[in-house]
Design a protein around this ligand. Structure first.
Ligand code: ZN
Length: 472
């Protein structure tokens, strides 16, 4: 019973901690050279979707057999994301449950997933952390962003053998060398104690055995990604890579509320996906812009922009100019059309999963319409496009030329690319590109879909697919 597949995903952007330390006159955090940081179109939900896509190892997780027929999706991402991720997976019947809180919530989600798997369920557990913290804070020198995902089944894998939870036992210091005395006392209660082959802990610090012997917590990802918060379970995925059947792993999480520990017995080694190596460096200032931390206008624009066409062009009509809501757009004239929540929700299948319609003759109709463009017949069912595509044409939209819903993004981070993408033999669509440098966004290049933030509208975050480099 247990974890049969594990994966993790880190944002590609990296900031050198030395640059942050220099900017604020702070000492460099020991053992962290770079932090993984989110871009404008990434948040805890999209990081979670990335980990799920890694887990599926397919362009579209929705169409991948390995994640079919899930009974539950358990998410610990810091904000409600389980329902959105269920839509992304095309699993509306699955229980979608959010675990709120810090690193312990991530461990609680994994433990609950294990209990459900024991009862015969197929469960997806996903955790993520954007590593958000105040610019100039000491925390900022070390915190990274990332996500991890686990598929749990009744047969095989790594089994939850023991767990212990205690509240109010520890004072969670944020400085390095955090006191983990409280955590040790919880670990000591785990009985029978058998020395684990490896320990994974948040915060990253040695875990004490009952005899007071410290076991070093794994920190494979720390140097080049930073401290991962709830996503510290990415280290567990890495630990599974090296675990032999019969070994035991200790996972421990401490936060403001208390401390939790769990022991996993490796019956058979889970399959692990994820790579820390796909990175590109950005400057600290750029990272602040990407994180929406620069300028009051950026904060004011958040949620105030009016909407229009989506990343994947499954949207409704184009419309006239929309009011910018009093936000100075630096000369950008908003031109976006309002897309009502109803229209948006009706097109979720197309936006999240490239789901079109199929006519009686088998033509795939995308964006989904009631009649087939090829033969005029009525459409009778749904059909997903191939997720793997090729760039046919690219346009870079510079400042002043974007629809209003993208204006805050442009004002903060500059131009973006829209591409005409060929998907399979028949379908073409226009979509935003993501994670591709200008030199790499070339015609003929293979691309895969990425679940990303499109824009914010009326206080609601809208997601959809963009296209970027293949994940394998
Ligand atoms: Zn047709």
């Amino acid at each position: 019973v247990g974890i049969v597949r594990a994966s993790y995903a880190l944002p590609r952007a990296r900031v050198a901690t030395a640059e942050v330390a220099q900017a604020w006159g702070l000492h460099v955090a020991r053992g962290v050279d770079h932090r993984a940081v989110v871009s404008w179109d990434e948040d805890a939900t999209t990081l979670a979707a990335d980990a799920i896509a890694e887990l599926a190892q397919a362009p579209l997780p929705a169409s991948a057999g390995v994640l079919a027929e899930l009974d539950a999706i358990l998410a610990a991402t810091g904000a409600p994301a389980a329902a959105t991720l269920a839509e992304f997976l095309g699993a509306p019947e699955a229980d979608a449950i959010d675990f709120t809180g810090g690193a312990r919530a991530a461990l609680h989600a994994l433990a609950e997933g294990s209990r459900r798997a024991r009862d015969g369920s197929r469960v997806l557990v996903v955790v993520s952390d954007v590593g958000d913290c105040e610019p100039g804070s000491r925390e900022e020198l070390a915190r990274g962003a990332g996500a991890a995902a686990f598929l749990l089944e009744r047969d095989g894998g790594a089994t939850l053998a023991l767990e212990a939870h205690a509240t109010g036992e520890t004072l969670f210091g944020r400085q390095e060398g955090t006191d983990v005395g409280g955590a040790a006392s919880v670990a000591a209660r785990i009985d029978p104690w058998r020395a684990p082959a490896a320990a994974v802990a948040w915060p990253t610090a040695p875990v004490q055995t009952p005899e007071g012997k410290p076991i070093e917590a794994r920190a494979t990802l720390r140097r080049n990604a930073g401290e991962l918060g709830r996503a510290f379970l990415a280290e567990l995925a890495e630990a599974f890579r090296e675990a032999a059947p019969g070994q035991r792993l200790l996972v421990q999480a401490a936060d403001d509320g208390g401390v939790s520990a769990a022991v996993f017995d490796v019956e058979s080694q889970p399959t692990v996906f994820g790579s820390p190596h796909r990175t590109h460096p950005i400057s600290y200032v750029r990272s602040l812009q990407e994180r929406r931390k620069v300028g009051d206008w950026a904060g004011a624009a958040f949620g105030a922009a009016t909407g229009g066409t989506a990343g994947a062009s499954a949207s409704g009509s184009e419309g006239g100019p929309a009011a910018p809501g009093g936000v100075p757009f630096r000369g950008v004239e908003p031109m976006g059309a309002f897309v009502s929540p109803g229209v948006y929700l009706d097109s979720i299948g197309a936006r999240y999963r490239l789901e079109g319609r199929r006519c009686a003759k088998g033509h795939v109709v995308f964006p989904p319409k009631s009649r087939c463009a090829a033969c005029g017949a009525e459409t009778v069912g749904t059909a997903a496009l191939a997720g793997e595509g090729t760039i046919l044409a690219v346009t870079w939209i510079s400042r002043g030329a974007s629809p209003g819903e993208f204006a805050p993004e442009q004002a903060a981070v500059g131009e973006y690319a829209v591409a005409l993408v060929q998907l399979g033999p028949a379908a073409r669509l226009t979509a935003r590109l993501t994670g591709l440098m200008k030199a790499d966004a070339t015609i003929g290049r293979a691309v895969w879909p990425y679940f990303r933030i499109l824009y914010d509208q009326g206080g609601t975050r809208r997601y959809g697919l963009k296209f970027g480099p293949p994940r394998r």
